[in-house]
Unconditional design. Sequence first.
Length: 321
Amino acid sequence: MKITFLVVMMTCASLASAQTWTPPRTPDGHPDLQGIWTNASITPLERPRELGAKEYFTEAEAAENRKRALVPASVTQRSGTEAHYEFTQFGLDRTQAQVAFSLRTSMIVGPDGRVPPLTPEAQQKIADRAAKAKGHEFDGPESRGIQERCIVWGNEGPPMLPPGYNSYLQIVQTPRYVAIVQEMIHDARIIPLDGRPHLPQTIRGWLGDSRGRWEGDTLVVDTTNFTDKTNFRGSRENLHVVERFTRVDDNTIRYEFTVDDPTTWTKPWSAELPLAKDKGPIYEYACHEANYGIANNLKGARAVEKAAEETAKKEKKQPER
């Protein structure tokens, strides 16, 4: 299986090339962002602490990182193991897909390569929710996480972060709308470009309410109105996301975002990652179908409860000595 890495090197030379490159345009004159893209990446969201303030790897360091990420050409099976697949079989290893490789040491570019600290208010809310849920994790389907229930996925966005698998997305443009269809959970974001205001604060959605505009050759998408059930790294209904899509060459979109929630983080923070063009196709994502895990978890919990009740009844019937 061939593994493709698109090396995105944000050097002076590449920036100069990007400035002279002319993007393809739609009939209304805006850059054409349409197509199938992937945000698969081996760059961590946060910069490892041991790297300090180092923002970029050298080319030699980047090459070594790529080498470690590659799947071995062959795997020797240990005797006595029973496996029905090869480790290198497509889909069983997350590196067997097109990856837009960056020299950055982290996706986060500000303030310091790491997510800012949580506010005391956010820390208390998270602790309160955890305490409230303790012992009730399997009371019913509503007690399970929204990802496990196939409602939304934490990384599908906005903001859009690499989920580890199912990392493809498709962009479709018209003069009045941009649509982003994501492979993960198969959600679609319909983003108006006609200058309309955000919906009233009383109307909220799992993916928020997005409004787009063009700033030169960059598509800017502003999203608010998330629900209190949304959870992006602790931020819920007060999350505010600004995304920027800039096509920098035939095969790459520079995707940037800034998130802000004064009730969750001590300061706003921003990240950047490349989207790599892919020929596709994107296959339909199945989650609810054959989702036996959640049903079996709940059945197991009911069985444990029943066994505990029967044990309690037996102990109650035993005569006192």
